[in-house]
Structures are given as C-alpha cells and as structure tokens.
Design a protein around this ligand. Structure first.
Ligand SMILES: *[C@@H]1O[C@H](CO)[C@@H](O)[C@H](O)[C@H]1NC(C)=O
Ligand SMILES: *[C@@H]1O[C@H](CO)[C@@H](O)[C@H](O)[C@H]1NC(C)=O
Ligand SMILES: *[C@@H]1O[C@H](CO)[C@@H](O)[C@H](O)[C@H]1NC(C)=O
Length: 348
C-alpha cells in the first residue's frame, strides 16, 4: 500500500499536536516566571531553573514527630504548604534535610528537651550536629542559652523566621527569612508620579516615626499619597520594612535607610536586591537622599521597577503554592543548603 492510512496520519497529527502543546507549555511556564534575558535580577540566572527543577524532582524532607505542637502562627502558610507538599518523606534515610516542628512560644527548657530526644532517639543529629536540620521561629529567634542542645540548634541548624529579624538573631549564609504575606497588589491607576518619597507612616501611623526632622519637613517627602503616586518609597530598616514587597508590587522603588549592610532580606541568595532597591545611610539627610535618587537615570529606574515587579512573584504567598512563589523559593533556599558540613565522627 502506497498511501498512508488515515489512521496513521491522524495519529501522527495528534502526536505532533501533543508535542507542540508540551513545548508551548514548558516555554510559557518558564518565561512566565523567569525573564532572565531582560533583567539582572538573579544572582545565577543560568543555574536557577536547573537547580529548581532538580529540587522539584529530588528534594526530600523528613519531619520529626515532636510532642504535639500547633503550627507557628506567623508561618502557618509555609507550614501548611510544607506538610502537604510532595517534598515530605516518611523515610528519614532518604531525606536531605530534617524539619523540627515546635511552637515558637515553647520555653527554652522544653526546646532543649525536644532536641535532646532527637539526639538520643535518632542517628541523624549526631551526624552533623544539627546542620542538616531546620526549624521555624519568630523574628526574635531562639533565646540564648548555654544548654548544648540550644547552642547547636542556633549555631548549626537552618533557622527560618519572618523578615525583618531582630538584631543578632540571624546568621547569614545559613538562615532564611520569610517574606511578609503580601496584600493583593493594587492596580496601577495613574502613572504620573509626582512625589519622590513615601513614608511608611501611611501604613502605620501609630508607630513613632524616627525619620530625621529634615526628611519629614522636606517638600518632596509625603505621607499623603500612596506608592502609586510615588517614584520611591522610603523605609527605615527595623521600622516597617516588611512592606517593601508591597511597594515593589505598586511599581514604587524602595529606598531603605539603614546604618549597616542588611543581611536578612528574603531571597538573599537568589536575587540581587541592589537591582530592586536603593540603600542609603542614616546620616544622608533629605538633601543627601534626594541627590542619590536624582542620580539614578531613567533607564536604570525603569529597570529597577521591572525587576521589583518580577521579584514580587517570588515573594508572593499563595493558598495553593504556585511555581516559583514564596513557598517554593523558601524550599529552594533550603535545597541550596542541603550540602552541609558533615562533622567527622569522633569515636568509631
Ligand atoms: C519578558 O521579556 C520580553 C522582552 O522584553 C517581554 O516581551 C515579555 O513580555 C517578558 N515576559 C514577562 C512574562 O514579563
Ligand atoms: C549522640 O551523641 C551523644 C553524645 O554526644 C550520645 O549521648 C547519644 O546517644 C548519641 N545518639 C545516638 C543516636 O547514638
Ligand atoms: C494623574 O495624576 C496627575 C498628577 O497628580 C494628574 O494631573 C492627572 O490628572 C491624573 N490622571 C488621571 C487619569 O487621574
């Protein structure tokens, strides 16, 4: 028979269609979440997708059955998403990391007992002295204590706590911060940006504002208008900087006044915050800050706005986790930390 049968043609056609659909879907899904060609946002754009996909396929986390502990309220969404995710394994021997759930209001003594039980009843803690373990806590972290269990937990285990953290409670390169749960980004109604600054006072009028008087009095600083009216949104680090993601979603470039390099920003080892926000010292004063901001060229400013909007996708929480959202990016940061130092055994 010379002619191809209709059935074969149909099958080939359907297969091609399926292939095309698959290709289109994959392409869309990636470009939708990562526009690596148009921004400088990512620290390692080439490896992000590969590492992320490896994480999706391989990452396994074991959860200890600690005494009954309600999920920590500040991170209930992360906790809920984690325990319902496919990353959880019942077999600790397959796990890359170990999760120790406890209520953040637990006393230091009880927490020490939890760790002691884990150390005694399972072989995994002693292997790394807790370095492949992680826990959730408040911005204040775990209280100081000379108890060996607490010392190892604080020093070695990965701490996940809400941003911003209290001074001294965060260890860079090991610990991770959770972004603030973002309110729905408001639609951009008016693109004419008159004002340079927006104080966070709009968002929290009751908190005493510690901005210097000359910034408060200057004509280009306003608390009357929202981020939509402002080119830049002004924040004091340690005041209400958790709103930084809201500003980015509203296309307002955050300006953070801080007296030291900030080390606990969310996604610190995935994105370049210098591409999204401006960091200025506390002694610059209104005119100093104005000068810095006026020095930013329009093209650079537009790039910062776009990078900020792109970054909010990775900082947004969803009831049902979505690819590359806040939940997945926290898990991604855990995945990057899975190669922990394995301490040599002292005694064989
Ligand atoms: C990615 O960048 C291209 C080129 O600038 C643009 O056309 C496209 O809309 C961007 N995609 C997303 C999802 O932002
Ligand atoms: C871990 O080491 C401690 C001593 O540092 C020991 O008391 C404990 O029994 C060890 N745990 C296991 C499971 O072997
Ligand atoms: C946008 O804001 C500018 C400045 O406040 C105002 O002049 C203009 O009428 C506004 N446009 C719209 C469409 O509201």
């Amino acid at each position: 028979m010379a002619a191809t049968s209709p059935t074969t043609t149909t099958t080939i056609f359907l297969l091609l269609l399926l292939l095309l659909t698959l290709l289109t879907f994959t392409g869309d899904a990636l470009s939708d979440h990562l526009n690596t060609t148009t921004t400088n946002l990512y620290l390692s754009p080439k490896t992000l997708t590969t590492n992320y996909n490896n994480m999706l396929n391989s990452f396994k986390i074991f959860i200890y059955q600690t005494p009954p502990s309600p999920p920590p309220p500040q991170h209930s969404l992360f906790y809920k998403s984690l325990i319902n995710s496919h990353f959880i394994t019942q077999d600790p021997n397959q796990a890359h990391l170990f999760f120790i759930p406890f209520n953040p209001s637990i006393s230091t003594r009880s927490l020490a007992r939890v760790i002691k039980n884990i150390r005694t009843n399972h072989p995994f803690w002693n292997r790394t002295l807790g370095a492949d373990h992680f826990y959730l806590t408040t911005s204040e972290g775990v209280d100081l204590s000379s108890d060996r269990n607490i010392v190892e937990l604080k020093k070695n285990s990965i701490q996940i706590s809400p941003f911003p953290t209290s001074y001294g409670s965060f260890i860079p390169h090991k610990d991770i911060t959770l972004p603030h749960v973002l309110e729905k980004p408001k639609p951009l109604v008016n693109d004419t940006k008159k004002y340079m600054f927006l104080g966070y006072m709009r968002l929290s009028k009751d908190i005493p504002l510690s901005l210097s008087e000359d910034i408060k009095k200057s004509e280009y600083f306003t608390v009357e208008h929202g981020p939509l009216d402002s080119k830049f949104c002004l924040f004091m680090y340690h005041a209400d900087v958790s709103w930084i993601v809201e500003a980015m979603a509203s296309r307002c470039v955050p300006v953070v006044i801080t007296d030291r390099p900030i080390q606990d920003l969310p996604l610190m080892d995935v994105i370049k915050w210098d591409e999204i926000a401006v960091f200025v010292g506390p002694n610059s004063g209104a005119h100093g800050i104005k000068k810095v901001l006026e020095g930013i060229e329009d093209s650079r400013y537009e790039m910062m706005v776009e990078s900020g909007v792109l970054a909010t996708r990775h900082l947004a929480w969803n009831e049902e986790p979505k690819p590359y959202d806040a939940f997945h990016m926290i898990v991604y940061q855990l995945w990057l930390r899975r190669h922990t130092v394995r301490y040599a055994r002292w005694v064989e």
